[in-house]
Design a protein. Structure first.
Length: 174
């Protein structure tokens, strides 16, 4: 084999391995991909970024969680629902400076190992969530939205709860 073919083979193999490491539960999982050279930190908390688009009677939010740590990060699937269905409050939503409350049920259940997604070091996972399923976003106005989920981690040192917060975005409904 010449060097060019060897190089192409090595790069293709590396791309395949990275994609396999950064994916989760098969085709039904979130879109998880490697980041482009983001620095890693062993104690880093994931970075959450959101963006949104207006639909007819909904605001569709894209949630992107990036693991800038140097080791895998485990996240409960209900905090990044792969099917886009909310089972708990995950956003702060304000319309014209008035809080819009979450109207869905908060489903609380025993956490098992199968409830976790793994976001590998240097990887980013995204999902989309329609706010109208549990927030009244049909009236016209200026909406301020922030992903703000209480995240539960169960590990060898017991259970911990902390907050994953995103940037604040503004969506105008006219």
């Amino acid at each position: 084999m010449n060097r060019k073919r060897v190089w192409v083979f090595i790069m293709a193999t590396c791309a395949f391995v990275v994609q396999a490491l950064c994916s989760t539960a098969g085709a039904d999982g979130p879109d998880c991909r490697p980041t482009s050279g983001a620095p890693t930190n062993p104690r880093a908390v994931p970075v959450v970024r959101i963006s949104a688009v207006n639909e007819k009677d909904d605001i569709i939010v894209k949630v992107e969680i990036t693991n800038r740590g140097s080791s895998p990060y485990r996240l409960l699937e209900r905090d990044l629902p792969t099917d886009g269905l909310m089972t708990k409050t995950m956003f702060w939503v304000y319309r014209d400076d008035q809080e819009i409350r979450y109207t869905g049920m908060a489903i609380d259940r025993q956490i098992t190992e199968s409830d976790y997604l793994t976001v590998d070091a240097g990887c980013r996972c995204t999902t989309t969530i329609g706010l109208a399923q549990h927030y009244d976003v049909t009236p016209k106005g200026m909406y301020r939205i922030q992903y703000n989920a209480a995240v539960e981690r169960v590990g060898g040192d017991g259970e911990r709860v902390y907050w994953l917060k995103s940037n604040v975005i503004v969506a105008h409904r006219k």
